[in-house]
Design a protein around this ligand. Sequence first.
Ligand code: CA
Length: 232
Amino acid sequence: MNKVLVVEDEPDILEMVRYNLNQAGLDVETAEDAERALQSVQEILPDLIILDLMLPGIDGLDMCRQIKQDARTRHIPILMLTARKEEVDRIVGLELGADDYVVKPFSPRELVLRAQAILRRSQGSSQSATETETWLHMGPISIDKAAHQALLNGDPLELTGTEFKLLITLIERRGRVQTRDNLLNTVWGYEYSGYGRTVDTHIRRLREKLGEASEWIETVRGVGYRFRRERV
Ligand code: CA
């Protein structure tokens, strides 16, 4: 059974989330502050962490950073709960590498769907080792799908699980425009649209990590993104 750690200091929300995840067949652990949550993360190594941004003491952003800096816990996907849409860039964007976010107030159903989608794709990616094409090479970028490792000019790229899946999807469909909905569907596992901003922020972060090689990912205005077929 998948283990989910929920970190939230508001008892009503914590209980609502715990109840709904339980109903969906997930094993739920809870913590009301980041200190205790960080202990639990080390003890139980959950399959997913649902993390409130605003916590007393160590806040959700710091906790997220600590988890992503620790080699033992870096792979654990994080779904952030946030009260404001404006915070989204900070969360999935620049330095943090959270995998997804939900803006409060959210419906329990939406949260459960998001949690299940993240669990599906984090488990799906670790099973891809048996696929026939193990290595992908495109310009300066090489991807070892079995080892879940991307290389840029031979040097390892530090990508989150989502960034890795996004890069693979773009490369495998190179030369063809991918709409944001398309990418949401394939990479995030969402069957609905309206989260194009999530795609944009992840593309931006991926491009930052690719440096000069980011020119391989083209923006197709008003449509989406396309990975080049060949060097220009
Ligand atoms: Ca809170």
